[in-house]
Ligand binder design. Structure first.
Ligand code: ATP
Ligand code: MG
Length: 414
């Protein structure tokens, strides 16, 4: 260490102080302070950062022990090591008293030079190591503080990112909802306005008292009929969309928890779904062991299967004349993993990343809203208390796996 080791020599005899001082100059890195009385020693200890005291025991007025007692009473000076210098070691009790007052050593006069130098060097080393340790601790503390700050900043950034991602997702949802609803509502508005104009014309003819021809009457009725048709189809479509949007938020009330056999449920559901395939283009293989009993929500599971089937057919088998769907299940005594695979066109990495986002679809404007997989996600994670995952490669087909507990939670988690 580069800092000086400060030694205070306390002796009422200036000759002794001089001799000790001379001796200690042999040691590098030592700085000496002098005091000729106990009182003076206390003052110096308060004023300077003393590292070691060589304290004469026999002094007039305040002797070494009294001085040590006062040093003990003050926080700042309590831990300074003291080496008592005494003409003789009178008794065991005498020595003990010194140690009780914080002495770390006794040296008897006449002082053995080498012994003293060794002792002082020893305390100097101890002090150096302590200072070193203290500085290391401070460095460590400052590194820890920096790490903590970095961590806090990271957390803040992460929270901001999550927030902006949520806002962006909300923005996308609002844009799609607005766009989807805008088309049927806009159509209805246009037709209603046109109809109103035609009514106006019709009203004017009636008011004018001109005779109303049969052809005019029939024309008017035909146009009204067509307009009403467009309006009711548009409103019907808007209503349907709102119904679909509502499905994104999980509604548990429609299904109640009960016991059912997984294989039976899957067999029955898929048989019904396959009925829509009149040309028998899709092959179905179901490999589910019998007697996997779930205490869960059967209609929810049926709804998920219907969505996965619809996706396999609409997206996986799009443009194909044949396709194979495989449904498998395996279980331990807590959970069941149900996988639904098709050997269709698969999907890109980007589609997989966004597949659970509400309103994400690759068939925009072709009758799809991009709600199926987000509904599956909410139903699986929220009602069944499980987890849904996708494994797909372009041209390799798609596997959707549901991992659900055999006993579903009582209350929806979302
Ligand atoms: N089995 C599959 N094979 C290939 N692509 C799929 C499959 N399932 C889903 N996808 C892709 O994931 C997208 C999102 O599917 P999701 O079911 O959420 O919406 P959608 O089917 O497009 O619309 P909706 O279900 O509302 O009619 C699809 O548009 C499609 O690109
Ligand atoms: Mg779908």
């Amino acid at each position: 260490m580069t800092k000086d080791f400060l030694v205070l020599i306390v002796d009422d005899n200036v000759n002794n102080i001089f001799a000790l001082k001379l001796l200690l100059t042999k040691l590098p890195g030592i700085k000496i302070l002098e005091a000729t009385s106990g009182e003076d020693a206390l003052l110096q200890c308060i004023e300077f950062n003393v590292h070691l005291i060589l304290l004469d025991v026999q002094m007039p007025k305040m002797n070494g022990y009294e001085t040590a007692r006062h040093l003990q009473m003050m926080e700042r000076t309590r831990t300074i090591p003291i080496v008592f210098l005494t003409a003789h070691l009178r008794s065991e009790a005498f020595i003990q008293e010194g140690y009780a007052l914080g002495a770390v050593d006794y040296l008897t006069k006449p002082i053995d030079d080498n012994l003293l130098l060794n002792r002082v060097r020893h305390y100097q080393h101890l002090h150096d190591r302590e200072t070193n340790l203290w500085e290391k601790t401070r460095e460590l503390q400052s590194t820890t503080d920096q790490l903590q700050n970095t961590l806090n900043r990271l957390k803040q950034t992460q929270a901001q990112l999550i927030q902006s991602e949520k806002l962006a997702a909300l923005g996308r949802i609002v844009a799609v909802v607005a766009h989807e609803l805008n088309t049927p509502i806009g159509n209805c508005l246009t037709v209603a306005t046109t109809l109103d104009e035609k009514n106006q014309v019709f009203e004017n003819i009636v008011k004018s008292g001109e005779p109303l021809k049969r052809g005019q009457m029939l024309d008017y009725l035909e146009q009204t009929h067509q307009a009403m048709n467009i309006i009711s189809r548009g409103l019907g479509r808007a209503g349907e969309l709102v119904e679909n949007f509502k499905k994104i938020s999980v509604d548990q009330e429609s299904d109640s928890k009960k016991q059912f056999d997984l294989k039976t449920l899957v067999d029955n559901t898929m048989t019904l779904l396959l009925l829509s395939d009149k040309e028998s283009r899709w092959k179905m293989t179901i490999s589910i062991p019998s007697a996997i009993i779930l205490n869960s929500y059967p209609e929810t599971l049926e709804q998920i299967l219907a969505i996965l089937f619809d996706n396999a057919v609409t997206h996986g088998f799009e443009g194909k004349t044949q396709g194979h769907i495989r449904i498998k299940a395996k279980t331990d005594d807590q959970r069941v993993a149900l996988s639904f695979s098709d050997d269709g066109c698969g999907m890109s990495e980007e589609t997989q990343q966004r597949i659970f986002d509400p309103f994400f679809t690759t068939r925009l404007g072709k009758g799809n809203n991009g709600l199926g997989m987000s509904i599956c996600y909410n139903l699986t994670e929220g009602i069944l208390g499980g987890h849904i995952s996708i494994n797909s490669q372009p041209a390799q087909g798609t596997t959707v796996t549901l991992e659900v507990p055999l006993v579903a939670p009582e209350f929806a988690a979302v």
